[in-house]
Design a protein around this ligand. Structure first.
Ligand code: PLP
Length: 389
């Protein structure tokens, strides 16, 4: 056995990639697979964004950029936040990142340490818990409950804070549940946090533009008292169908910015230059593709929720945001992993067991509805045939 560092033994992974590999292996054997496992839009990046990257390459943008990103892109991010959320952000506190994920790694590595505690949503994006353990800190789950529409309860979060708490991770709208936390709950949390001035918040708002039925996004930076202790995680992956470009950004409190920048210089130097030009085009160009995608997701959301609720043993609350449905499957008599595997192997439908998102995901399955309505209907039809009666 290779003698690796202890911190490597506690690092987890993202099961979505394993399910994708198994689904691809089955497809290669000639099986028909419908993929409702993957967490990315099934749309292509809008053409004007692609063209901007090609132009940047032709114009000779082939070198390193500043570690925190080209100034024009950071200014575009600040202008976009101002336009959409009416929040002033200093472009010098913005870091352009190779994807949204890197912000979470940096935030947790900067604030996590042996003897510290980090609160994180469970079920939640699996990398939170994985990197918290990697940092040496103790992961403290914030259980997200079906009966609350998978929103956190401010009172519950506040009750878990101890003198050891260094960071609270929040994610709304959420992966894997589609839960969107109401503003009143954020208000209560922010009020309560006034008593804990040493605690930072990393607000993962990567699905911030993906909300339904008139719900409004609640940006953590909209609270003046949180400005100096919020790390905002956001990016282009979901909003502009750019998961493979690896482009994200973060906004850092002044006290932490230089640490994030140092990590970037140690780790990746900068994000590749043409991708950054594509990022400017995305923010400053026409936004109709975003609206078009959201309209399609909303239609699919209605279809999948209604269909899932008709499956024996399933019960699905309406997701308020993102592109995931997270039905309770306890009524099938199977565990989440058993059902995930049965659906893939016997029905050719890839989904992700709730337990891939933490222990509190038992009894649930994540369905991504970033797929056509036709495929969604076909997938549910196939699942119906393999469910225990
Ligand atoms: N945060 C959440 C909640 C996500 O679901 C994802 C991706 O699935 C990310 C962050 C990471 O996004 P990116 O692909 O830009 O790294």
């Amino acid at each position: 056995m290779v003698d690796v560092a202890e911190r490597m033994t506690v690092l987890g992974t993202e099961t979505a990639f394993e399910v994708l590999a198994r689904a691809q292996a089955l497809a290669a054997q000639g099986k028909s697979i419908i993929n409702l496992g993957i967490g990315q839009p099934d749309f292509k990046t809008p053409p004007h964004i692609v063209e901007a990257a090609i132009k940047a390459m032709r114009d000779g943008h082939h070198g390193y950029t500043p570690a925190n990103g080209i100034p024009a892109l950071r200014e575009s991010v600040a202008a976009d936040i101002k336009r959409r959320q009416d929040i002033e952000v200093d472009p010098d506190l913005i870091m352009i990142m190779p994807g949204g994920k890197v912000t979470m790694y940096f935030a947790i590595m900067i604030l996590g340490d042996k003897g510290r505690e980090i609160l994180y949503p469970n079920p939640g994006f699996p990398i939170y818990e994985s990197v918290i353990k990697h940092s040496g800190a103790t992961p403290v789950p914030i259980p997200l409950l079906e009966k609350n529409g998978f929103a956190f309860s401010a009172e519950d979060v506040l009750s878990r804070i101890t003198p050891k708490t260094s960071l609270i991770i929040l994610n709304s709208p959420a992966n894997p549940t589609g839960g969107a936390v109401p503003k009143a709950e954020f208000d209560k949390l922010v009020k309560g946090l006034e008593k804990h001035p040493g605690v930072y918040v990393m607000s993962d708002e990567i699905y911030g533009q993906m909300l339904y039925d008139g719900r409004e996004h609640v940006p953590m930076l909209s609270y003046p008292s949180m400005k100096d202790r919020t790390i905002l995680l956001d990016g282009w992956s979901k909003t502009y169908a750019m998961t493979g470009w690896r482009l994200g950004f973060s906004v850092w409190p002044k006290a932490l910015f230089r640490h994030a920048e140092k990590l970037a210089i140690n780790n990746h130097s900068c994000v590749n230059a043409p991708t950054q030009f594509a990022g400017i085009a995305a923010l400053t160009g026409p936004q109709d593709a975003v609206g078009m995608m959201m309209k399609a997701f909303d239609e699919r959301r209605r279809v999948i929720v209604s269909e899932l609720n008709q499956l024996p043993g399933f019960r699905c609350v309406e997701p308020g945001g993102a592109f995931y449905a997270f039905p309770n499957i306890e009524g099938t008599g199977l565990t989440a992993k058993e059902l995930q595997s049965k659906m893939l192997e016997e029905a050719g439908v890839a989904t992700i067991a709730g337990t891939s998102f933490g222990a509190h995901g038992e009894g649930f399955i994540r369905f991504s509805y970033a797929n056509s309505t036709e495929n969604i209907r076909e997938a549910i039809k196939r699942i119906r045939t393999i469910l225990p009666r």
